[in-house]
Structure formats: structure tokens, C-alpha cells
Design a protein around this ligand. Structure first.
Ligand SMILES: [Zn+2]
Length: 93
């Protein structure tokens, strides 16, 4: 994960970084996603921030059919916003 952290420190605020740790404390599927983004280099954090947020556990979810699917808690349905909006809006405390 050091590659992401090296990238991320340029791109993320401390608040964003704290939320990322929460994201990464969840299920391995999202971690794999983050890792694969990080391997593509530039703007990994920005791309990850475009993923939807699971309203139940506040971890990163994936778009699925008309809504989102969370591989951490199994939630399927609507998502209010993306990770970027979740952080910028101060929803994560
Ligand atoms: Zn969830």
C-alpha cells in the first residue's frame, strides 16, 4: 500500500486520509480495487473517490445494476453520494 500512500499524500487532506483508512479496514475486494488503482500511478486517489459510498457501513461500494453493492456488509441499493462528496460534505466523523 506504500505506493498509494506516496501518491495520496500529495492528493489527500488529513481528513480524506483518515477516511481512506476506514475504507481499507473493510473487505478485501475494495482493497484489491485500491491496489489496482494505485498500480496505475497518477491520480489513484482521485479515481477511488469516484466510487459510491455504502450508506450502511460507509465503506467503498461498487456500482451494480441501478444502485450500488457493498462487498463488505452486503448492502445493495441506492447510494446517496460518492466517496469524494462523502468526505467533502463532512459526513464521515
Ligand atoms: Zn457496506
Amino acid at each position: 500500500m506504500s505506493l498509494l500512500r506516496a501518491n495520496a499524500s500529495r492528493e489527500m487532506t488529513p481528513q480524506e486520509e483518515r477516511y481512506f483508512l476506514h475504507l481499507l479496514s473493510g473487505d478485501p475486494m475494495f482493497k484489491d480495487f485500491v491496489r489496482s488503482q494505485a498500480m496505475h500511478g497518477e491520480n489513484a486517489a482521485q479515481r477511488i473517490m469516484k466510487q459510491p459510498v455504502c450508506p450502511k457501513c460507509e465503506r467503498g461500494a461498487f456500482y451494480h445494476k441501478d444502485g450500488v453493492a457493498c462487498s463488505h456488509c452486503g448492502y445493495m441499493g441506492a447510494s446517496a453520494h460518492k466517496i469524494r462528496q462523502h468526505i467533502r460534505g463532512g459526513h464521515y466523523r
